[in-house]
Design a protein around this ligand. Structure first.
Ligand code: 2PG
Ligand code: MG
Length: 427
């Protein structure tokens, strides 16, 4: 056994310039693990609670109490414990916190320590984190889901839908998927600039467009795929994150850009029409986190043709996944460690998805850093897809580049890249 010697934390800054928690775990062997907590903008109400200081400085967003909670009570509880026993480490923090939403110590304090422990265990074993998690199993690179236009809470709702993304069913490798996406990203930027509709980039590095309707984003994305020399749907397909919890007001879905509000049924019909008309292979959070009936009905209608992904709807909670599976709501789960707060619980969500026969996507948050843990989690846990935002800004590129390195290291020992199998659409 290797025991934990010290647990330390400090305030660092995320990609929106907001304070966040970095944790560092040092072992008796001298091995070190470090991790930084990310932050969402379109958050589910069931997420582990971020502890922020409130008050005037830094608009209330400082994390000094969360940092003190790591340096004080969390460090005292974990000191001397076995780094190889992640479940016990996480359980110790959950019990020390004692609340349902981790709000006493802060989900942002706990998840940084949980991930830092995992990194320390891998460092102690002298292997990269993905390898430590894979424990001898053959692994594959995840299929990237990459944003081209950003909207919703990441671009002041300039378009109502949050993420217009691409996946590359025509790619034979992770590296090739990135190369194809780069071509589409450049082509999309060039089209927007020509139209005078390019306002900059949104929080996750996708273009911040001034489209007249949400559907215009879809038709422009199809043209961008063609401009880049690819066949829409065959080589490169579209994935959406509606992030519909953000649009939900008084039981209806508000599309502010188009000045209209839709019932769940009308929204379902619109999305279904889009699935017919555009090469869409995945839709995330098509309805609000509380709208199980709409999720269930929509999955029944289109779930055999496309991925229906739950993000705010599941908040990486194994119990919610099992409950949704029992009624047939969604068929794929987004996995974000900071939504649930510990590595052990995030992995339980991966297992719950597997048990339900659901797909899974490990995902970054809109507020990110240079931390690359999620790339290793996706590979080591055998999760077949990875969502990291767009193809610009280094807090995104650092993760894509980490995947490039791991794919190179794996060489021919990697399992087959699954993009074609996952996303080749008959229609
Ligand atoms: C999402 C994420 C990432 P946020 O909704 O899937 O795109 O956004 O981190 O703001 O919740
Ligand atoms: Mg989402």
């Amino acid at each position: 056994m290797t025991a934990i010697k010290t647990v330390h934390a400090r305030r660092v800054w995320d990609s929106r310039g907001k304070p966040t928690v970095e944790a560092e775990v040092v072992l008796e062997s001298g091995a070190l693990g470090r991790a930084i907590t990310p932050a969402g903008a379109s958050t589910g109400s069931g997420e582990a609670r971020e502890l922020r200081d409130g008050g005037k400085p830094l608009r209330g967003l400082d994390v000094s109490q969360a940092v003190r909670n790591v340096i004080g009570p969390i460090a005292a509880a974990l000191r001397g414990m076995d780094i190889a026993d992640q479940a016990s480490l996480d359980r110790a923090m959950i019990e020390l916190d004692g609340t349902a939403d981790k709000g006493k110590l802060g989900g942002n304090a706990i998840v940084a320590v949980s991930l830092a422990c995992l990194h320390a265990a891998a460092a102690d074993a002298g292997v990269p984190l993905w390898k430590h998690l894979a424990a001898g199993r053959r692994v594959a690179l995840p299929v990237p889901e990459i944003q081209i236009y950003g909207g919703g809470a990441h671009a002041r709702a300039r378009v109502d839908l949050q993420d217009f993304m691409v996946v590359c069913p025509g790619a034979g490798s992770f590296a090739e998927a990135l190369e194809m996406t780069a071509e589409v990203y450049y082509a999309a930027g060039a089209r927007l600039a020509k139209k005078g509709a390019l306002q900059g980039v949104a929080d996750e590095g996708g273009y911040w467009p001034t489209f007249k309707s949400n559907e215009e984003a879809l038709s422009e994305l199809v043209r961008s795929i063609e401009d880049a020399g690819f066949r829409p749907g065959k080589d490169v397909a579209i994935a959406l994150d509606v992030a519909a919890t953000q649009l939900y007001q008084g039981g209806r879905y508000s599309l502010a850009l188009e000045n209209r509000s839709l019932s769940a049924e009308q929204l379902a019909l619109m999305l279904e029409r889009w699935v017919d008309a555009y090469p869409i292979v995945s839709i995330e959070d098509p309805f609000a986190e509380t709208d199980t009936e709409a999720m269930r009905a929509f999955t029944k209608r289109v779930g055999h043709r496309i991925q229906v992904v739950g993000d705010d709807y599941f908040v990486t909670d194994a119990k919610r996944i099992a409950a949704a599976a029992a009624v047939g709501a969604c068929n794929t789960v987004l996995i974000k460690p900071n939504q649930i707060g510990t590595v052990t619980e995030a992995y339980a969500a991966v297992e719950a998805a597997r048990k339900a026969g659901y797909g899974a996507i490990v995902s970054a948050r809109s507020g990110e850093t240079e931390d690359v843990s999620i790339v290793h989690l996706a590979i080591g846990w055998g999760v077949p897809q990875l969502k990291v935002g767009s193809f610009s800004r280094s807090e995104r590129m650092v993760k894509w580049n980490e995947g490039v390195r791991i794919e190179e290291e794996l060489g021919s020992s990697a399992q087959v890249f699954a993009a074609g199998r996952l996303f080749r659409r008959g229609a």
